[in-house]
Design a protein around this ligand. Structure first.
Ligand code: ZN
Length: 410
């Protein structure tokens, strides 16, 4: 008798739990109807429906081809454009835990769903990569990058001068399970010795032996060629000292998996930054406005890199978006710069979404397709008409949850 009673109670409780879950699941299905979908892979679908269930996209396509499940919440987004959340493949975030988490939330605010921190991170913060932080971009990190000694600069990277130390650094990074290895090949205006082929060659070889990829900060065309000869996997910058030549283009094209993060510098022209006013502390905004002037030297520096990007894009190399530094909104600036350099808005969006996700090996991100994480931006205007429309954000969803954009992230 006693045993039976217990069983009945258990069954009743189980039923209650199941019913509660079923109710919750149904309430979690949301259909966004009537928008233009910029899928992220080069396709655009007018009058589309996107259905998400929990944290996943379960259907995305032309309205006529999508079955909205009964009981789904319907959101009318007619006239708006939905694009995948943006992936920033080159950042340097704060070295302190709570500041870094704030950096990631700030990125969520601007529709950035992931950020790869390139080489200035100590290992204590790498656990943040495995955390799901509501409203925040996902964190990827190269841990401590590798460079020749740079006294006076940040000491987080490995400073190496021998092949043996280079290989040892790589082994440590692999043990720490970093996402990629970062190397610097740059004299910083003649102030330091830079990694030479006899040092970065073994670093790249050692990394590849363990299935790890290497991305390089570089400046000079000659180093870019050396790095390609050494089988580097990605460039975290474009070539900056001169216009690239036919030899370099041929070398680049001979490596179909080589990735370019053009990471354009400031254009050096006064621009309208008023769209940032709402999301930034007043003092930060004032500082930016003060610095917002024409700078002829920067214009020339920018122009080299813009021409180099234009040429490599025309040659069909694989491009991702990276911004460097710690500006959460930076990808929106960078996308405009990439278009001004000669890419189409569609090419830039593909670079900033699908290509970035593939580069970071995020199987569930980068496009608006069934099975992907529900990471997307709802825009008030079409970024294919004007890439600056990526800033006209109506809503951001990360992992199926609407990001609170009612006030700036503090
Ligand atoms: Zn950098």
């Amino acid at each position: 008798m006693r045993r039976m009673k217990t069983a009945v109670v258990a069954a009743t409780m189980a039923f209650g739990v199941v019913a509660a879950f079923a109710g919750a699941a149904q309430a979690q299905v949301t259909a966004f109807e009537g928008a233009r979908l910029v899928v992220g892979d080069g396709r655009v679908i007018e009058n589309a429906t996107l259905v998400m269930d929990g944290n996943k996209i379960v259907q995305a396509g032309a309205a006529a081809s999508v079955q909205v499940p009964a009981g789904a919440t319907r959101v009318n987004v007619t006239g708006k454009t939905i694009m995948p959340a943006i992936i920033d493949t080159h950042v340097h975030l704060s070295p302190i835990r709570d500041r870094l988490i704030r950096d990631l939330k700030l990125r969520g605010y601007y529709g950035i769903s992931a950020a790869l921190s390139l080489g200035l991170d100590n290992y204590e913060l790498l656990d943040i990569r495995n955390q799901v932080i509501p409203g925040a971009a996902r964190f990827f990190s190269a841990g401590r990058g590798i460079t020749m000694p740079e006294p006076g600069r940040i000491t987080a990277p490995h400073w190496i001068t021998t092949e043996a130390d280079g290989r040892k650094a790589v082994q440590e990074l692999i043990e720490k399970k970093v996402d990629i290895i970062k190397i610097w090949v740059d004299t910083r205006d003649g102030k330091y010795a830079k990694l030479t082929p006899d040092l970065y060659g073994p670093i790249i070889e050692e990394a590849h032996k363990h299935g790890m990829r290497v991305t390089a900060h570089l400046f000079d065309l000659s180093d870019a060629k050396g790095l390609i000869r050494a089988n580097v996997d990605a460039f975290a910058h474009g070539v900056r000292d001169r216009d690239i030549d036919d030899e370099f283009v041929a070398m680049f094209k001979a490596k179909p998996n080589l990735i370019l993060g053009p990471n354009l510098p400031e254009r050096g022209v006064k621009v309208d930054i008023s769209w940032l006013k709402e999301g930034l502390p007043a003092a930060d905004y004032e500082k930016m406005e003060k610095d917002n002037v024409d700078k002829p030297r920067e214009q020339a520096f920018h122009a080299i890199q813009a021409r180099n990007l234009k040429r490599l894009n025309a040659e069909g190399v694989r491009i991702v978006l990276g911004t460097d530094g710690n500006r959460a909104w930076g990808p929106h600036d960078e996308m405009e710069d990439m278009v001004l350099a000669g890419m189409t808005p569609m090419q830039v969006i593909v670079a900033a979404t699908r290509n970035g996700a593939e580069f970071l090996r995020m199987a569930d991100a980068g496009t608006l397709e069934a099975g992907k994480s529900a990471d997307f931006i709802v825009l008030d205007a079409n970024p294919l008409d004007d890439i600056k429309n990526s800033r006209r954000i109506s809503m951001v969803y990360l992992r199926g949850a609407k990001v609170d954009r009612s006030q700036p992230v503090r």
